[in-house]
Design a protein around this ligand. Structure first.
Ligand code: NI
Length: 423
């Protein structure tokens, strides 16, 4: 398949590269000078379409699209205990299926090709992901020290985990304040033995940091190692807002990645993660949206822009958290965090997970190959995405979904929401 006369940009490039991009099945075959390929063009960018690696949403609870708008502007624990958990107690498998589908519509339209998801009834999420053609890393959220839930998590691994395929499964201890340390360690050791990753929440709130120090009597960085998170193939630490900045060295260069969710952290008043320090210390940072009940968008463009602006303003330093760094977080480092080794760069042999961006718009006048990365991050938005491909297949093209029935999904999601709210 030939994508003709497009501008390639990934986080390893200093500037965008005009080219013909040739795909072969699920992977990138070759990158040729523009209009030099003799293949028939499947798509002609006419020099004004950027091709980026598909975006990776490294922390989400996809089916929470059904809970969007519940309990706005409430403190986190009150929001969870009074608004979210009572509704979640009524969830049935079909709710998770349609809620996930609703999330996939939104993510695909913004160029997201891969997502990490923690929730319940994850066989339903896996089915939705498979039908959509998206890449993902799924886990059943585990709370308490319930062996039966861990068995469900393991069963999900056995049923859906494809190390070289589109679906990865991880184990998902919800957080250290909902899973006792001994049970957490058992989950990590199970993941290690299965050869799968861990996805958890870590240090989202100041309250949680206090709980770790006062109730558990631990240092929050030492505790990561005590519960076995350094021993699994890869671990996603969602949020990481309250990491002590003088204790970051042990996290660098290893298997752990922080999934930074700037909009959720701002909306829930959780605080501002020390992202400039993570980057200085060489800690892998990915970007996530969190669930639609706490954001409320599933839009990585919005996270990229907020991430760049927030840390510049907070540190009073316009040079920190640069556009090129945030593009890497949203693509390559997200894919690595989810355990995908050949996703996130535009290179021959790498997976053809792509976001196509229409640059023929007013806000891109003045964009050049040299400044394209900053143009996209600061001037662009998800509304500019004109195509999304994963594994070499079109999933979204010019406003239409190739694998999903948009009208049917919205209709079913409305029914599910009504059922959940009315009990
Ligand atoms: Ni979360």
């Amino acid at each position: 398949m030939l994508l003709q006369d497009v501008l390639l940009l990934d986080s390893s490039m200093e500037k965008a590269q005009p080219c013909d991009l040739v795909l072969s099945g699920p992977v990138i075959d070759s990158i040729l000078p523009p209009r030099s390929s003799s293949l028939p063009a499947e798509f002609d960018g006419k020099g004004s379409v950027a091709v980026l690696p598909g975006f990776v949403n490294a922390h989400s609870h996809a089916a929470m699209t059904l809970l969007r708008g519940l309990g706005e502007e409430a403190p986190l624990m009150e929001w969870l205990q009074e608004k979210i958990w009572p509704v979640e107690a009524r969830l049935r498998p079909e709710h998770v299926y349609w809620g996930t589908m609703l999330a996939l519509l939104e993510m695909l339209s913004g160029g997201i090709t891969c997502f990490a998801d923690m929730y319940f009834f994850m066989d339903q999420a896996a089915e939705a992901a498979r039908q959509s053609g998206m890449r993902c890393a799924l886990c059943r959220g585990l709370v308490g020290s319930d062996e039966k839930k861990l068995e469900e998590g393991v069963a999900l691994v056995r049923r859906f985990h494809e190390p070289l395929g589109m679906i990865h499964v991880q184990l998902g201890p919800h957080a250290i304040y909902t899973v006792p340390p001994e049970a957490f360690r058992e989950i990590s050791m199970t993941a290690r033995d299965l050869g799968v990753g861990i996805h958890t929440h870590w240090l989202e709130t100041e309250w949680e940091a206090g709980y770790i120090r006062e109730e558990l009597g631990k240092d929050p960085v030492d505790l990561l190692f005590e519960v076995g998170l350094s021993e699994v193939p890869h671990a996603i630490l969602a949020h990481g807002v309250w990491f002590p900045e003088d204790r970051l060295e042990p996290l660098a260069g290893g298997n752990m990645a922080v999934a930074h969710n700037p909009n959720s952290n701002l909306k829930l008043g959780s605080g501002i993660a020390p992202v400039p320090s993570f980057l200085e210390k060489g800690i892998r940072v990915a970007l996530g949206t969190d669930g639609a009940a706490s954001n409320n968008r599933l839009d990585i463009w919005d996270e990229m822009r907020t991430c760049c602006l927030l840390h510049k303003g907070f540190r009073r330093n316009p040079c920190t958290v640069r556009a090129a760094e945030v593009l890497r977080m949203a693509t390559l480092d997200g894919a690595r965090a989810l355990g995908f080794e050949d996703v996130g760069l535009l290179k021959p042999g790498w997976q053809a997970d792509l976001a196509l961006v229409n640059l023929d718009k007013p806000h891109y006048v003045g964009a050049t190959p040299e400044n394209l990365c900053a143009s996209l991050v600061y001037s662009g938005s998800s509304a500019d995405v004109e195509g999304t491909l994963a594994g070499g297949k079109w999933l979204f093209r010019k406003g239409r979904y190739e694998t999903l029935d948009e009208r049917a999904i919205i209709h079913q999601a409305r029914i599910c929401r009504k059922e959940l709210l009315e009990g």
